[in-house]
Design a binder for this molecule. Structure first.
Ligand code: N7H
Length: 498
């Protein structure tokens, strides 16, 4: 069938799915690549016909969910294998490759994507930046975000996501990909726009983001994929993440109509978020909470925990309100088992605006009969940039760029990332329904807007408000929205048929 004929083939509304086809779904989506380092290789497509031919040789490199599960098993077996006394197990050499396309990229390839149905994706992230609250100049059509040039002008058509155990492994995979697409040769179909690499932080900070908090704890479990469902937020239907699967519904609850090639794909949001770590630490120290028996440092740690909703250890404030309890983190049955029901109407225990409460309000909405299932996202970020230097610590200001390569998957950016950022994090009146006159305020970590403040930071007097710095600690410097197709989708829609 010609490409054009395929584009005109009738769209299908899929029925409920029984089994997920793990060989058809790109690996990072459901299982998350095991990784010590990851590179986002952003490219433009110069020669669409040639690209479609070369893509045939690239698809075998794309790691599926089934393959990532095998990789994870290999890693477990390796960790459990007997090693020489005193000898540390080395990491096994593993790489994972995925690919996504922006709307501009699909347009360049002549792919009609109307049934992707996502206005955020169709417009691209730069067009969304003002609505997300990103700083910039101008307004409406003339708005230009304060982003790095590469992310402006819709020039990014796609992204190769390459993760692995080390830089040499990832670099050699990238060279393999570049060879397939003839980069730097006369037979090149793409141009390399920018690569951004992230690394897991070293030593005891491994797994912690740059402000020092353990990350990657709470992600939605997916019905039909995750085998164990520990206590915590309800698992989500696969269609919350995958297009065309059970739960991928429109606002009236009817299954979204998708084209065949879209099924099992997912939207990837990439955000290049810089973090001002010395400034964040200075703020915590300057505003350290003065409670009986707490040192200045402990008061600063308590304030940090109340801004995030978890201690740096990962222990939830809702379960450990005034003192860290790192043991909670070692118990899968406890670490996510809270609903903000300990105290729903006041904020002595956890501020309404705490980052994890804003981004997953749990019983704040669900106890009022409002489902949050469609607002759940699967986060897959990694840190970039060096550790804070002695000079930065001394001068309490950022000199070297660092932060989070934020990535999340969902079947609707409008319901997922965009909604969380705009309608929850930036919305001072969210979460609603509390029986106090206090306005919750901004999410102190990612909330954007003028006159940023939050209430509830001081457990002694939850009505007190804390003014946040006009220059936020998290600064967006770019980003894009991508569609990450299934293997079938790649083969049937993207590869040249002649
Ligand atoms: Fe957040 N942080 O260190 O403060 N985030 N986040 N995030 N975030 C979470 O539960 C952080 C960002 C969500 O289910 C934790 O895995 C930082 C964006 C959601 O309980 C920590 C940045 C968006 C959750 C951080 C950042 C979200 C979550 C707790 C930017 C979406 C799960 C660890 C630099 C718009 C909530 C964990 C739940 C958790 C931090 C960005 C969303 C520590 C530093 C842009 C949904």
């Amino acid at each position: 069938m010609s490409d054009q004929a395929k584009q005109q083939s009738p769209a299908k509304a899929p029925g409920p799915v029984i089994d997920l086809d793990l060989n058809n779904i790109q690996g990072d989506i459901l299982s998350g690549f095991p990784k010590k380092t990851e590179t986002n290789y952003f490219f433009g497509i110069d020669n669409p016909d040639l690209f479609k031919q070369q893509l045939k040789n690239f698809i075998p490199l794309v790691k599926t969910v089934a393959q990532v599960l095998k990789d994870r098993k290999k890693i477990d077996d390796h960790k459990n294998a007997p090693h020489l006394p005193g000898g540390k197990p080395h990491l096994i050499k593993l790489a994972g490759v995925n690919v996504g396309f922006s709307h501009a990229g699909l347009a360049k390839l002549g792919i009609v994507d109307t049934n992707l149905l996502d206005t955020a994706f169709l417009g691209g992230q730069a067009a969304d930046a003002e609505g997300l609250g990103d700083p910039g100049s101008g307004t409406g059509p003339t708005f230009v975000p304060d982003w790095d040039a590469a992310f402006k002008g819709n020039q990014i058509h796609g992204s190769f996501l390459v993760a692995g155990d080390s830089h040499p492994t990832v670099d050699s995979k990238i060279r393999e990909i570049e060879k397939i697409f003839g980069v730097n040769t006369p037979k090149s179909s793409i141009c390399h726009i920018l690569s951004i690499s992230g690394d897991v932080r070293p030593g005891v900070e491994s797994g912690h983001e740059h402000f020092g908090f353990l990350d990657g704890i709470s992600n939605p479990l997916v019905i039909g994929f995750d085998q164990k469902i520990p206590p915590g937020p309800a698992p989500v239907h696969p269609g919350i993440v995958l297009l065309g699967r059970d739960g991928d519904n429109d606002s009236t609850g009817k299954p979204n109509v998708r084209d065949d090639w879209m099924v099992d794909g997912s939207f990837l949001v990439f955000r290049y978020l810089h973090q001002k770590v010395p400034e964040f630490n200075k703020f915590l120290s300057d505003n350290s909470l003065q409670l009986p028996g707490l040192s200045k440092k402990e008061g600063a740690d308590l304030l940090g925990a109340r801004l995030v909703g978890r201690w740096q250890s990962g222990a939830p404030v809702d379960l450990a309100p005034f003192e860290d309890d790192p043991d909670l983190v070692d118990h899968p049955d406890k670490v996510n088992s809270f609903e903000f029901t300990a105290e729903r109407d006041f904020q002595k225990i956890c501020p309404f605006a705490a980052h994890v409460r804003k981004t997953n309000p749990r019983a704040d909405l669900e106890a009022n009969g409002i489902s949050i299932e469609t607002k759940r996202i699967l986060r897959r970020g990694i840190q970039f940039g060096p550790e804070v230097s002695k000079q930065e610590q001394r001068e309490q200001r950022t000199i070297f760029a660092r932060g989070l390569l934020f990535q999340c998957y969902q079947s609707s950016i409008v319901n997922g990332f965009q909604f969380i950022q705009k309608s929850w994090a930036n919305n001072v009146n969210f979460p609603p329904f509390q029986k106090t006159p206090q306005v919750p305020g901004f999410d102190p970590i990612i909330g954007q807007g003028a006159n940023r403040k939050l209430s509830g930071y001081d457990p002694n007097d939850p009505s007190k408000e804390l003014a946040l710095p006009a220059d936020p600690w998290v600064v967006p410097r770019g980003g894009e929205y991508f569609f990450v197709p299934s293997i079938k989708g790649l083969n049937e829609k993207f590869v040249a048929t002649h």
